[in-house]
Design a protein around this ligand. Structure first.
Ligand code: BJ8
Length: 426
């Protein structure tokens, strides 16, 4: 970071020593994971810069926005429509949940059998090391899995204001109506926090902005279908992770520039690596920053990841919102249609997700699938148990991995991944 941001972090109420310790770990981890990769596209320079300033310049931008009368909304789930936040004059940011941070307070609030994502969110909040949470005027939670549902009951102590959306669990007309109703309630909450009414024009503009972002990310996914792949899976994951923090317009332009470069690589038949590598699809729980452990191990072992069926991947970022639908009611309906199509494992039954994995494996030319679940995540662990034999029966090899954020099992994971790659080669 080029500037000393300690005064800003102090004003936000962060624990400066703990926060310095966090940055002291994240910087070297980022360098080791990303900067040592060969033949990275030049377009990744922008994302390196964003990551180097993720607790600095970007946080300052949020505070500047608040200074000018705007507000910040923190989220943990792709069911929260960024479009509504933008239309109400806010900035939407994903909150830190991709690393372990244990405190006695968290241990007293959460059962031991809670997934690392929820524990991470609580740990960062309790330890006061997340500037995004500290800058958030509103945090939106959602009743998705049981772990999150019960967690919100105690999370309010860490935030200025918590709004919890009730979530459908079944894909039928009742579920659709519930989500539509919840988006109407969220819109009113955002209007209260932002102090202004959302107009159809503002919402249309926000829909267009977020659609453009999704289109750019979809273009990136399509470019990864090329064989050889023009970008590593780690870098593509990073781009998708950054989409939850960065200014959407600037982000979209940067992804388009990256894609122009990748398109040229593809046109010339150049890949990020020389020679053929096993191509893998990652599927499962979201991988929030800085959860890069498994993709790093997979690509270190000699494979290339060509797609992510995840909320930080195509599950969360595909499908655009219908534009030009008319007034606010019709726009809320268009938003509901788009978000209700997300095939998160909290839905029961959820056959679309397995179909999505099969389709994506074919379009991305994947040789196999690595299914990743966080321990104690019942929705994704349950689906993995059924998905593995079904995909294998269809001729698609699957490696099912349950792992949290701890580096302790890295050696064991490497061994399993290497054995899987040998099986693919054979
Ligand atoms: S739309 S995947 S972001 S809910 S890992 S907390 S499910 S026990 S994150 Fe998710 Fe929204 Fe669905 Fe996506 Fe629970 Fe599982 Fe933990 Fe999870």
């Amino acid at each position: 970071m080029s500037t000393d941001y300690h005064p800003m972090w102090q004003e936000l109420g962060l624990d400066l020593d703990a926060h310095d310790a966090l940055l002291g770990v994240l910087g070297p981890l980022y360098e080791k994971t990303f900067l040592t990769q060969p033949n990275r596209p030049q377009g990744m320079d922008y994302f390196n810069f964003v990551m180097s300033e993720v607790h600095g310049l970007r946080v300052k931008e949020l505070l500047d926005h608040k200074e000018k009368g705007g507000f910040v909304t923190g989220t943990f789930c792709t069911f929260v429509p960024e479009e509504l936040v933008l239309a109400a004059g806010g900035i939407c940011v994903g909150l830190c949940a991709g690393a372990e941070w244990s405190t006695p307070e968290v241990d007293a609030l959460l059962p031991r059998t809670t997934c690392a994502l929820i524990k991470g969110a609580f740990g960062f909040a309790s330890a006061r090391v997340c500037p995004y949470l500290a800058a958030s005027d509103l945090v939106v939670g959602e009743n998705t899995c049981d772990g999150k549902k019960k967690a919100w009951e105690s999370f309010h102590r860490f935030v200025k204001e918590l709004h919890v959306m009730d979530m459908p669990q079944v894909k039928n007309s009742t579920g659709h109506a519930l989500l539509r109703e919840q988006y109407g309630i969220l819109l009113k909450k955002l209007e209260d926090v932002g102090g202004r009414k959302v107009t159809p024009e503002a919402l249309e503009g926000a829909i267009s902005t977020v659609n453009a972002k999704r289109r750019a990310l979809a273009r990136l996914t399509v470019l990864r279908q090329a064989n050889p792949a023009p970008i590593s899976g780690l870098d593509a994951l990073l781009v998708q992770q950054v989409s939850f923090y960065d200014d959407p317009v600037r982000f979209t332009a940067s992804v388009e520039a990256l894609c122009d470069e990748l398109e040229e690589r593809v046109r010339q038949g150049k890949g990020v690596h020389e020679g053929r590598r096993p191509r893998l699809l990652m599927s499962g729980c979201p991988m929030a920053v800085p959860n890069w452990k498994l993709p790093h191990i997979v690509e270190q072992a000699g494979a290339i990841i060509v797609g992510e069926e995840s909320c930080i991947g195509t599950r969360g970022l595909r499908n655009e919102v219908r534009q030009g639908s008319g007034g606010l009611d019709a726009q809320l309906e268009a938003l509901t249609e788009r978000y209700f199509a997300i095939d998160c494992a909290i839905f029961s039954p959820n056959p679309e997700r397995q179909e999505h994995v099969v389709d994506m494996s074919a379009t991305q030319q994947a040789d196999g699938v690595i299914h990743f679940s966080l321990p104690f995540c019942t929705p994704y662990q349950s689906e993995a148990l059924r998905m593995e034999p079904a995909l294998e029966a269809g001729g698609l090899p699957v490696l099912r991995i349950d792992t949290d954020y701890s580096p302790e099992d890295a050696g064991q994971l490497s061994t399993r991944v290497e054995a899987f790659l040998e099986r693919l080669e054979a």
